[in-house]
Design a protein around this ligand. Structure first.
Ligand SMILES: [Zn+2]
Length: 130
């Protein structure tokens, strides 16, 4: 049986006001954001940004949307308590660690295993980077 390559991408919306508006209520300045089936960006997206946001899109799908919506801020809050630093709390979110860790890899989306973010749940970035 021939294996079908997974080609699963969100709908990219460039030059959007959504990141501008969300930045007003967010602890970080948002350049692009994945919201369920859509990715909104302030300007045009690089391949790296599209790959980063597509990783988030796959995470949304894996968690049935509501799971991502609940887990993302939960991880951020746990990290904020742990590190007492908003920027580090964001960087340590397992979803972000997978996305930043693989956004430069051209072949990652084709080879990514489902729930690729899970391995980042139990380790901090200082432990994982070698
Ligand atoms: Zn991200």
């Amino acid at each position: 049986m021939k294996q079908v390559k997974r080609r699963c991408f969100p709908v990219f919306k460039e030059n959007s006001r959504v990141p501008v508006l969300l930045s007003k209520v967010s602890p970080i300045e948002i350049g692009a954001i994945s919201l369920a089936l859509f990715v909104f960006a302030r300007g045009e997206m690089t391949k790296t940004t599209k790959r980063h946001e597509t990783i988030h899109y796959l995470q949304w799908l894996e968690l049935g949307f509501i799971g991502f919506l609940l887990l993302y801020p939960t991880f951020w809050l746990i990290n904020l308590i742990r590190y007492r630093d908003g920027a580090r709390a964001y960087q340590e979110i397992p979803f972000e660690r997978e996305a930043y860790g693989h956004e430069e890899e051209a072949g990652y989306l084709a080879t990514r295993k489902r729930y690729g973010w899970l391995k980042y749940v139990t380790s901090s970035s200082s432990q994982a980077s070698a």
